[in-house]
Design a protein around this ligand. Structure first.
Ligand code: UFG
Length: 325
């Protein structure tokens, strides 16, 4: 049985993927520096608490375990913060990934599944967005992921690295059991914020602009369930292990929902009203981001199981009411 090193295993998407791999009896090694992740998200599992800046520590992990493939979730991912403090993002996202790739090569590990983002596309020139869409990120966070994708392609050519870069659209939801879920130290994402308005933790939700060129004037996003992302990671690592080629792959449902629609679905799931007010647009928000997911379906045999936004929000609500961290 192959062993997978899960980097950023205590974060939102990393922890859901780790649980899925463990349930399917994969050998896994969980690595996280807990700067953004939560120990509780590992549900008692063993953690290698290493920072990717620690090249010696990282190298020791590869010596200690017989790693066959890496899943790399670890990154800072607040778009707004990346504009204010790009140094933090280049340091953590780019340099730490550079260290990780080099440690892999030094230890003869050649397979990596990398967490990329739809932020790589910038403002869409057509929709749904497929993988051939021009790439023109509009913020430092997107730039860091763009640079890493270039690094992966260059390492592939020069050193035979094999990779799959998964470009997520908007991750949402939680495990059905609600034992783990979305928990950011500073929450900026729409669905958890609306749900926190419904639990009373937050007074009112701000809608960032209602004058976009969309049917109701609010921004449209493609919300993809975190378990569907976990499925895609497992299929991607299998793809690499079966000696198939490197790929970049979008992960979204292919359906878009506006901010107002999300608020209304949250209200219907919770059975109460969420107070909201319309405020100014948030800088760097494209009007609409919806994925074409044909490549994921064709190459990985993946398909999203959560195709109804109500189901996605139901799992997020279940988590929000029973949060453990
Ligand atoms: N929004 C609000 N009010 C809020 C929060 C968000 O109206 O309080 C709106 C945003 O303007 C946006 C939509 O809700 O239109 C979704 O916003 P999120 O912050 O939940 O998600 P983003 O689309 O900004 O971010 C996601 C990922 C990022 C990734 C980005 C790519 O979380 O990691 O997509 O565009 F970089």
């Amino acid at each position: 049985m192959n062993t997978i090193l899960v980097v950023g295993a205590a974060g939102y998407i990393g922890s859901h993927t780790l649980r899925d791999l463990k349930e399917r009896k994969y050998n896994t090694v969980a690595l996280d520096n807990l700067s953004e992740g939560h120990l509780e998200a590992l549900c008692g599992g063993v953690l290698e608490n290493i920072d990717l800046a620690d090249t010696e520590g990282l190298n020791n992990i590869f010596k200690k375990y017989n790693i066959d493939a890496v899943m790399h979730f670890a990154a800072y991912a607040y778009v707004g913060e990346s504009v204010i403090n790009p140094r933090k993002y280049y340091q953590n996202n780019v340099l730490c990934t550079f260290n990780l790739l080099n440690a892999m090569l030094e230890n003869n590990v050649h397979n990596i599944v990398f967490s990329s983002t739809c932020a790589i596309y910038g403002n869409p020139v057509y929709t749904p967005i497929d993988e051939k869409h021009p790439q023109s990120p509009v913020n430092p966070y997107g730039n860091t992921k763009y640079i890493i994708e270039k690094m992966l392609a260059d390492y592939k050519k020069a050193y035979g690295l094999k990779y799959i870069a998964l470009r997520y659209f908007n991750a949402a939801g939680a495990r059905e059991s609600a034992e783990i879920g979305e928990s950011h130290n500073t929450e900026t994402h729409l669905i958890p914020l609306v749900l926190q308005t419904l639990t009373g933790k937050k007074q009112c939700i701000d809608i960032f602009g209602d004058d976009y060129d969309t049917p109701d004037g609010t921004c449209i996003r493609d919300y993809i369930h975190v378990n569907d992302l976990a499925d895609a990671h497992r299929l991607a690592v299998e793809h690499l292990m079966n000696n198939k080629g490197s790929e970049v792959i979008n992960l979204g449902t292919g359906k878009g929902h506006s901010v107002k629609e999300i608020i209304s679905v949250c209200e219907s799931v919770a059975g109460k009203r969420a107070p909201y007010k319309v405020t100014a647009r948030r800088e760097g928000d494209p009007a609409s981001l919806v994925a074409s997911n044909c490549v994921a379906r064709d190459l990985l045999g993946w398909e999203p199981k959560y195709t109804d936004i109500k189901d996605i929000i139901r799992t997020a609500w279940n988590w929000e009411r029973n949060r453990k961290y």
